[in-house]
Design a protein around this ligand. Sequence first.
Ligand code: GDP
Ligand code: K
Ligand code: MG
Length: 300
Amino acid sequence: INQNREGFRSGFVALVGRPNVGKSTLLNKLVGQKVAIMSDKPQTTRHKIHSILTRNDAQIVFLDTPGIHKPRHKLGEHLVDVALGALKEVDVVLFLVEATSPPGAGDKYIAEQMKTIKTPIFLLINKIDLIKKEEVLERIVSYKDLLPFAEVVPVSALAGDNVERLIDTIVKYLPEGPQYYPTDMITDRPERFIMAEIIREKVLHLTSEEIPHSVAVVVEQVQERPNGVVAVNAVIYTERDSQKAILIGKGGNMLKEVGRRAREEIENLLGSKVFLELWVKVKKDWRNRINDLRNFGITE
Ligand code: GDP
Ligand code: K
Ligand code: MG
């Protein structure tokens, strides 16, 4: 790799948009495999993950940035800084909005934050599978004046509609450059991190409102046994005893279900049988303790 092939293009693309517009879903569709977890809860994505798409003529490195939104606590502030900082380093910004509604306060806030950014911004009208064909134009009109967009592309991240066209358009905006990553590499994050994220996704899916923001998952040990089974040990950290109780559930049922779903997916990821052991621990107020965040690997 890293050879300079004639005419080869490469570069970095950031995805932004208010929570739940489908950034992680699009990212997974773009690279053809699950690299970012998805849920209908805001702030599901906490980390800057590089995902990589390689074709014969180009390599695109995507950044799934944590959402830009008005911060409510230190973790929130950190996420906004990460997101805005990323936009200046990249070649293209994909600004995702939802086809199902006109611009809302969240979209306008993000557009305002991006006003001074010189990077070409694509407006992506996502979830077009949820509206009628003849409504698409009307939606484009309602969003297109938020910023001077370089391109406007209606897509369905879930169904994959127009995603190929989007990739072709992105490539046109990339400079000639080297292949940064090997052809078969789709993310720069270690497997351990992806495993922790898969577990966190299952927690988000199975629990109600009060749990998600207070959960961090750390994979403490990964060990391949002589029989080929991979033993994974992970801790789910919560802020309060009450949350710990919810996560464990009656007779341990919640934790068992989280474990069952996560194990299946980790088995797919690793391509081997997995023995997953989950623990729940209370660590009070971790969100406001930057040092703890470092230990959890949330800040760099
Ligand atoms: P993020 O917060 O922007 O990363 O959003 P996610 O990718 O986590 O998606 C939020 C929710 O919207 C999930 O339930 C997705 O399944 C759903 N979603 C994302 N893209 C589409 C789409 O194109 N069509 C439909 N119908 N749902 C979508
Ligand atoms: K989400
Ligand atoms: Mg996300």
